[in-house]
Design a protein. Structure first.
Length: 188
């Protein structure tokens, strides 16, 4: 693993526990096994490290979603696999300290994440409609179905909603996905 990747990995590890704002350059350097000077050779600021960490994760998730879709798995298995990967590799974002930091202290990064997830949800909805055996899914107007699901994602899977209601990202996404999986399996 190269130095840049070690710094990003250190940011992921530390922000999972301390949030993005709580991580210091000294901690990043120690965790990555490099000097502060070396960090500044690769990144101009802590904010740049955080942005690179989020961007790298979005690229990884984009690649994974595309791989899952290419397998041809059924919609329920596809959704389950993607959520599992998000929970395993995205803890640095979805853990309470980092999750609230994004919306409050790094709104530009939250917007990147939100734009990414909205684009992926739209794309996956089309794939799900094409692959679903559920008459309910196949016969529902795509614009209505998209509006319903996107509204739920933007209203419920947000730091504000989750923290305000004393939930965790994992339990919230699990309940939302169970709800949608039940709808996808409905027969008329």
């Amino acid at each position: 693993m190269g130095i840049r990747e070690r710094i990003i990995t250190a940011c992921r590890d530390l922000s999972q526990v301390r949030g993005f704002h709580g991580v210091t350059i000294d901690e990043l350097a120690a965790r990555a096994g490099v000097s502060k000077r070396t960090i500044y050779r690769y990144f101009a600021s802590k904010d740049e490290i955080i942005a690179a960490t989020v961007d790298e994760f979005l690229v990884e998730m984009d690649r994974y979603v595309n791989e899952v879709i290419q397998t041809g798995m059924n919609p329920a298995d596809m959704l389950t696999a993607i959520i599992r990967r998000l929970q395993e590799n995205g803890r640095f974002i979805t853990a309470s300290p980092g999750f609230s930091d994004l919306q409050v202290r790094y709104p530009h990064l939250w917007k990147r994440i939100d734009d990414f997830r909205m684009g992926k949800v739209r794309f996956m909805l089309e794939v799900i409609r094409q692959r679903s055996n559920s008459p309910l899914i196949r016969e529902t107007n795509p614009q209505i179905m998209s509006a319903i699901i996107l509204t739920v994602v933007q209203s419920v899977l947000t730091p504000d909603f989750i923290i305000r209601n004393g939930l965790t990202f994992e339990e919230t996404v699990n309940q939302v996905s169970r709800f949608f999986l039940a709808i996808m399996s409905q027969e008329r």
